[in-house]
Design a protein around this ligand. Structure first.
Ligand code: OSB
Ligand code: MG
Length: 377
């Protein structure tokens, strides 16, 4: 299991989305992605992905702040360091070092993959995941009209997706959700994600969502709030799911104690990596709180980490783990991620490490910035 980190290589690539993706805080057309190549003294190489976006509209981090944090504060703590277990990375990165969870996560998760590769086991197995297939959901960006949304939602269920998540904002909410609900029937797995678009002034409006029979409403209020969400949950039957607010296991404990939500969206990048994700997973399991794996429009590299995590037992709801073709004309990994007719993605349990091969020539072609970090001699 022991691994010694030799180099960290940062590559920024630009990958055009097949269609623009709009959430309440902005639209993205091209994904700027920070990929990390980690090498070990033992001779292994793995690829990892930092999930931060180009602008700080989801969390305070961006791919530029992450590159800075990795260069200035993370690399000096891990280069040349021997880790007996990947669980030892987070304590090393948390000592007198606040925030910057997405930057930390990229390295922490990369160390898990290095260890899995060395041990010749799949990442899912090293994490303790049991599941062989993961039920998949699609996250639909805000559409121009309810009719456009209806068309997209119907097509998604026809393709096999097990959950359809609809992005909403004031002005594009009830009318859109109602149209989708009427089109797909009352039992179809529909949910909404507001990405912080509402405030305490909207409680009466949000309470009307109860008639839509949604599986959950994700993060209606502020990105760092757990107190007002508890007030809102008291006034809604629809379960609240927290995403942005759950920056670590302590916030999940707060959510449970306060009743700020009944479901957690775990994105390993948001919480600092796999060790913290597993702590949240275990805490939620103990309290009967279901979790599911969210997404950040990852390339096939980041997706492999999410799929591995989602194989843990308390990931009982479909994850935002759509196949490569939902996002990109061509992914950067082989094989690309696919979904079967039952809307499930297969966990590559028989492959060591992340289970997909990075197309390094393609990455080189797409790279706009590259930096190698190694221990000074
Ligand atoms: O809130 O879950 C979110 C994408 C970017 C930023 C925030 C979110 C999302 C998604 C994408 O919903 C889900 C996916 O990767 O398919
Ligand atoms: Mg969300």
């Amino acid at each position: 299991m022991t691994v010694t980190i030799r180099t960290l290589n940062m590559h920024e690539i630009r990958l055009p989305l097949r269609e623009p993706f709009t959430i309440s805080s902005g639209t993205m057309s091209t994904r700027r992605i920070l990929l990390l190549e980690l090498t070990s003294m033992e001779g292994a190489t793995v690829w990892a992905e930092c999930v931060a976006g180009a602008t700080p509209n989801y969390s305070p981090e961006t791919i530029d702040t992450c590159a800075l944090a990795i260069r200035e504060w993370i690399a000096p703590r891990v280069l040349g360091r021997t880790f007996d277990h990947p669980n030892d990375v987070t304590p090393e990165l948390e000592r007198n070092f606040r925030g910057n969870k997405m930057a930390k996560a990229a390295i922490e998760m990369g160390v898990w993959a290095l260890c899995a590769t060395h041990d010749g086991v799949s990442l899912a197995e090293l994490l303790g995941g049991q599941r062989e297939k993961i039920e998949t959901g699609i996250s639909l960006g805000i559409q121009a009209t309810p009719a456009d949304l209806v068309e997209r939602a119907k097509a998604a269920f026809a393709e096999g997706y097990r959950k359809v998540k609809i992005k909403i904002q004031p002005g594009s909410d009830i009318e859109f959700l109602k149209a989708a609900r009427e089109a797909v029937g009352n039992d179809a797995a529909l949910m909404a994600d507001a990405n912080n678009a509402y405030t305490t002034a909207d409680f009466d409006h949000l309470a009307q969502f109860d008639e839509l029979n949604l599986m959950m409403i994700e993060q209606p209020l502020a990105w760092d709030d757990v107190v007002q969400h508890a007030e809102l949950q008291k006034r809604m039957r629809t379960p609240i799911c927290l995403d942005e607010s759950i920056t670590g296991c302590d916030r999940a404990a707060d959510m449970i104690a306060l009743g700020s939500g009944r479901i957690v969206n775990i994105k390993p990048g948001r919480v600092g990596g796999f060790s913290e994700s597993i702590r949240i997973h275990d805490l939620c399991a103990k309290h009967g709180v279901p979790v599911w794996c969210g997404g950040m429009l990852e390339s096939g590299v980041g997706r492999s980490y999410n799929v591995a995590l989602a194989s843990l037992p308390n990931f009982t709801l479909p994850g935002d783990l759509s196949p490569s073709a939902r996002y990109w004309d061509r992914d950067i990994v082989t094989p690309e991620w696919t979904m079967d007719r039952e809307g499930r993605v297969t966990v590559p349990r028989s492959e060591p490490g992340i289970g997909v091969t990075v197309d390094v020539d393609r990455v080189a072609d797409l790279t706009v910035r590259q930096e190698t970090l190694s221990e000074s001699p």
